[in-house]
Ligand binder design. Structure first.
Ligand SMILES: *Cc1c(COP(=O)(O)O)cnc(C)c1O
Length: 490
């Protein structure tokens, strides 16, 4: 499989890249995002042969369609080591949790994606990425220093995926005093030498500004091989396609049936994987996009207008991992919507978003949107509380705030006879305060995480200053100085 940029012009189609070329990259040089040259269609015989595979086998079959520059035996070993019951809590890896409905109604269930080490669905992809990075860097005798900023979920998923990996160091910036005690405990209790928690005297935006400043220092970036694992990474998206298939097989008995998925969305990574699954031929009736009060994407699917928000317009909500002002993976879907025109995608994202803060589809493009099977809606803090409460009362199941956004919007888009799977993107233990507000009890916590707040914490406080962060990175990359040189985009 070859890869191209969503903003490609005809000339660079001639020099396409392989999977391992883009694995360690961020944005394409033209500012676009990488996508495969086409989506392989899964025929009926293949779909039938995939039903009944274990999760790690299914992952191998699916990834093999997109990765031809890793020997199959090695890729098989990587998926086997990644998707293990010891890491994800059950042999199904992504089990269904049924929410029993009245007689005659179509089934409704949660697709449990959050039983990995950090209790959010980001582990599903990040754990694979950790193993792919270690493998590819080892093959090249190279090393990478991952620099990131986090307000919680992404940073911890990245650290738990990269801990102890050869050739990888992580420098993760977080704002002092802003993470929940649970999130702090998760990240700061890691004792692995290749994980560096840098606690910045500032807010999340300050952390992001520092990451940007360091990344814009091209000399420094090249010398210290600074890279990223952010949500635009194609390998992360690809890993997420697998669980749409796994969920489909669990919810159906034959491949003639259809299923809908509801997806709590922020940067459009998770639901974009559903779009890819649908393009591959998985029988998906609807992809229901759920947002919180930050409804940039809901607005787009209703009106055809994409309007990026200013940071002052971004709401701080009780489903904080969906608090976005623009959606970093959205360009991938729009590229497909536009018939894969690199020129038109460049116009909309490279020019209109940059200069005017958004764009509107023309009438013909907006009409085309209907064929892609999306529905959308948004929810509020009051909706989350009500949904968490009713799910607890009716089913005895505690759901997290993001999953509650998904479930609330899913209810409005059910079709007779079509099962609806709501993606469970985090466990409630991560967002205990809102759970207590909704139902008056502390959410259950996996036993392995009992008392983690009391573990010794390992972090370095630093001032709000890019120089100080660079000096820290310099000290800690020279100590065990591996000399390989490579440049990575952030
Ligand atoms: C990251 C995250 C989301 C949003 O996922 P996207 O891929 O950015 O759309 C939703 N819920 C939780 C809990 C998350 O951590």
């Amino acid at each position: 499989m070859k890869y191209l940029s969503t903003r490609h012009s005809r000339t660079d189609v001639a020099a396409p890249l392989g999977f391992c070329d883009i694995l360690l990259e961020g944005l394409a040089p033209d500012g676009g995002l990488y996508l495969p040259a086409h989506y392989p269609r899964i025929d009926a015989a293949t779909l039938a042969s995939w039903r009944g595979l274990a999760y790690d086998e299914l992952a191998f079959e699916l990834l093999s369609l997109y990765i031809d520059d890793i020997p199959p035996a090695d890729l098989r070993d990587i998926t086997r080591r990644t998707y293990r019951a010891e890491v994800f809590g059950s042999t199904e890896i992504t089990p269904l949790k049924p929410l029993p409905q009245a007689e005659g109604s179509a089934p409704l269930a949660l697709l449990a994606l959050s039983n990995g080490p950090t209790l959010a669905f980001k582990d599903m992809a990040m754990q694979l990425l950790g193993n792919l990075f270690e493998y590819e860097l080892g093959r090249r005798s190279e090393a990478i220093n991952i620099l990131g900023a986090t307000s919680g979920d992404t940073g911890s998923a990245a650290e738990y995926a990269m801990r102890g990996k050869r050739g990888v160091r992580v420098f993760m910036l977080s704002p002092r005093g802003r993470l929940s005690p649970f999130q702090q405990a998760q990240m700061f209790s890691l004792q692995d030498a290749n994980i560096h928690n840098l606690v910045i005297d500032g807010v999340f935006d300050d952390c992001q500004d520092i990451v940007k400043a360091v990344s814009n220092n091209l000399t420094f970036k090249r010398r210290h091989r600074i890279g990223a694992v952010n949500s635009i990474n194609w390998a992360r998206l690809l890993a997420q396609v697998v669980y749409y298939f796994a969920g489909y097989f669990q919810a159906t008995e034959t491949n003639e049936e259809q299923v809908s998925f509801a997806v709590p969305s922020g940067n459009f990574g998770n639901i974009c994987a559903g779009h890819v699954a649908r393009m591959m031929g998985l029988p998906i009736a609807r992809l229901v996009l759920a947002t919180n009060e930050n409804n940039v994407l809901d607005e787009f699917f209703r009106t055809g207008t994409y309007r990026v928000r200013r940071s002052a317009e971004t709401h701080e909500t009780s489903s904080p991992s969906m608090d976005i002002s623009k959606a970093s993976n959205f360009e991938r879907f729009v590229f497909d919507l536009l018939g894969r025109s690199g020129e038109r995608t460049h116009q909309l994202f490279g020019i209109d978003v940059e200069q005017r803060g958004g764009f509107s589809l023309n009438a013909e493009e907006f009409q085309r949107l209907a064929a892609f099977g999306f529905a959308s809606g948004s929810s509020t803090h009051a909706d989350r509380l009500a949904t968490i409460r009713s799910t607890w009362q009716q089913h005895g199941i505690v759901i997290d705030t993001h999953t509650a956004d998904g479930l609330k919007v899913a209810q409005a888009h059910r079709d007779p006879g079509v099962p609806m799977l709501v993606l469970e993107t985090a466990l409630p233990a991560k967002f205990a305060a809102t759970i207590v507000e909704a139902i008056g009890i502390e959410p259950p916590r996996p036993p392995a995480l009992d008392g983690i707040e009391a573990l010794p914490k390992r972090f370095t406080p630093l001032p709000r200053d890019a120089q100080a962060v660079q000096a820290y990175i310099e000290r800690h990359t020279q100590a065990d100085g591996d000399g390989a040189v490579a440049a990575f985009a952030v």
